[in-house]
Design a binder for this molecule. Structure first.
Ligand code: UDP
Length: 358
């Protein structure tokens, strides 16, 4: 298939501003190239693709980023800034659609979803978040009724947020596991990774680390600096070791040294890339039983699930997780989250859509 992948209108690929969508995009592109498809990636100017994606053509567009839906009020209307990147991306996609068999949208935005019935080339959407805005819920529900085969979700917990008349297509996510090294021997460190923003619940992980008397190493883009300072003030000085946003190569090398990764979402996390990335390095995960992480962590095998928002339960989960077999963490990821398996699931979905369209 000739596939046009339209990336997020929040940040260039490689900047970290797009969150988990960036890893998804790279795994998709590399995995589909391996399967013999022809890929063009339309993304914000300045986007970088790794060597594994060198067979893809990249088209850059300038323009102003979209505000992230998860940081807007639930009833906020659709907003387009002047000179919007989103508008430019979709103008380019529509202009060139005849050159592709399918367009794959990775943006969690109203405009591409609304376009679904109006394109000549079938338009598929990999929905990257759960419910965060009423207008997005409505357009997803509308497309789920009129064009159900055009939608896919990462996990059942995510899809359950939406009003879907049919069982959803679930594709999980995928990772180039050759980039993550297994580390058998941990150090007495706890880890936490993600965008530093309130929906990610860093405060609970910091409180648990303080209670356990262990340092919490934190990797990720500081999206909300005031929030980061508030979290820091809640725990004894020195509890949090801020490491900033690191590229995968360095992130995985540091992450692998941790005894346990804490994952403490306050929202219905759609997937939870960092959970899989930790497991790939052999790091068991103590996570709130909420959203994607509750489907990814095998309770008592690759990690321990705790009652959401309960720091006592999280502390107990970390203690138990420290005793788990790190090899089983890596083995689970190899069996379920490889880039190859993910690309095969995406291929199934897109080829059924293209066939149906013909
Ligand atoms: N990440 C990274 N470097 C860092 C911290 C995080 O590359 O220092 C990446 C991580 O690999 C993951 C993404 O940021 O793919 C966060 O994705 P996740 O699904 O956990 O959450 P989201 O940001 O999409 O809500």
């Amino acid at each position: 298939m000739r596939i046009l992948v339209v990336s997020t209108p929040v940040g260039a690929l490689g900047s970290g501003r797009g969150g988990g969508v960036e890893i998804t995009a790279l795994a998709l592109v590399a995995g589909l190239l391996d399967r013999g498809h022809r890929l063009t990636v339309l993304a914000a100017e300045g986007s970088r693709l790794p060597e594994s994606c060198s067979g893809a053509v990249i088209w850059g567009e300038r323009g102003t980023d979209q505000p992230s839906w998860q940081h807007r009020p639930r009833n906020a209307p659709v907003e387009l800034p002047a000179d919007a990147l989103l508008g430019r991306l979709w103008r380019r996609a529509l202009t060139h659609q005849a050159g592709f068999d399918v367009i794959l949208n990775l943006a969690y935005d109203w405009l591409p979803l609304w376009l679904t019935p109006h394109t000549a080339t079938p338009l598929a959407h990999l929905v990257s978040m759960g419910s965060v805005a009423a207008v997005m819920d409505a357009v997803i529900a509308e497309i789920a009724r009129s064009h159900p085969r055009h939608l896919a979700f990462h996990t059942a917990a995510q899809a359950a947020d939406f009003d879907l008349p049919q069982p959803p297509r679930l594709v999980g996510n995928g990772f180039d596991l050759s980039r993550y090294q297994f580390q058998a021997e941990p150090e007495p460190l706890l880890g936490w990774a993600g965008r530093i923003a309130p929906e990610k619940g860093l405060e609970d992980a910091a409180a648990a680390a303080a209670r356990l008397g262990l340092p919490l190493v934190v990797w990720g883009l500081e999206e909300d600096a005031a929030y980061a300072r508030r979290v820091e003030a809640l725990v004894p000085p020195g509890t949090i070791h801020w490491r900033g946003f690191l590229p995968t190569e360095r992130l995985q090398a540091e992450l692998g040294r941790c005894a346990v990764l804490l994952n403490t979402p306050k929202w219905n996390e759609a997937f939870g890339n960092v959970v899989v990335e930790a497991l790939a390095c052999g790091v068991p995960v103590a996570a709130y039983a909420r959203g994607g992480p509750a489907e990814l962590v095998q309770d008592g095998v690759t990690g321990v699930l705790a009652e959401p928002d309960d720091v006592d339960a999280l502390v107990a989960a970390v203690r138990r997780a420290r005793g788990l077999d790190r090899r089983r963490c890596r083995a689970w990821v190899e069996a379920h989250c490889s880039q190859q398996a993910f690309a095969a699931r995406i291929e199934d979905w897109l080829s059924a859509l293209v066939e149906g369209h013909r």
